[in-house]
Design a protein around this ligand. Sequence first.
Ligand code: SF4
Length: 351
Amino acid sequence: MSQTVFKSGIDLSPESKAIWKAAQAAVWLVGAVILACLLFFPPVGLILFWNILIPVAPALFVLAVGVWRNVCPLATTNLLPRHFGFSQKKKLSVTQLGKLNLIGVVALFALVPLRHAIFNNNGPATGLLIITMSMIGVAMGFVYEWKSAWCSGLCPIHPVEKLYGGNVLGSIPNAHCVECQNCVVPCPDSTPNIHPISSKKTFYHQIAGLMVVGGLPGFIWGWFHVPDETTVASLSNYFSVYELPLIGFVVSSIIYIISSMMVPQKYEQKLVSIFAASGVSCYYWYRLPSLIGYGKFADDGLLYNLSAVVPAWVIPIMNVATTAFFFYFLVIRKSNNKSWVVRPPFAVKAA
Ligand code: SF4
């Protein structure tokens, strides 16, 4: 007969637990309101989701991705079966985890260009995408242990968290896992300075890591050179939104592969951080100006037009400042040996 005993570890105090539960509930409600707006008041929902929530996310991943991991409404929903004791708590094999990671990366690169063709201008379609992802995540939560299947497996946002969250400000408490069941090894939440190629256990892990580290910066560059399609007339319109992101993906992947062959193994993490900084800097280089009316394509991605108030010369200064910040934060700043969240106490099966 076996019983669960607890090793020493960092547990949440009742106060901390209450605060994080309240934060999860509040952010879940905000997410529900945004989802309702996407479905029933699309003009409002599209602004809230694509022009406020999503532009904040990359910077949050860089600074403190653990905060997002603790309060992400999709994670809160997907982990309900586990919190309420309805999960079968199965463990995924290393190969299964590698396959899920790879599918998540492919889903990221397949879905993001469709923003131009569908999602950026279609609230109900964006809402249905969120509902579909949530249903898949909940279904997985009924079967698999804690965050293994969705949050650290199939979620298409997870590869981006792993790329940008390589040197966070500090570790915060883990507000989901009550005790650590070692459901993911290495656990992205609990491993200091994790990055997408920290684990090369299987071919699937290696390809997933290579695609996101090498491909994402060029993919982002290409994505920002494609306008939103307001009327998708033919199938070729759908394919056209993939062309430039794909070209960017291939070019930056080749640069990464050549660089990684030339750079000694001990500098691998530094190389990853350079590509991470390039990706997030490229994102804000284009995204911040478009939010305030200085976008490449008229009103694409516009939050509020400030072009009559903010002079044009401010834009290059802003771009250089954000790029300098991300290169300092991710590349120049010393690795601080911090994980996204503090691992909770281990639960181990004892005979
Ligand atoms: S902290 Fe432990 S239980 Fe939670 S996701 Fe990581 S490995 Fe799984």
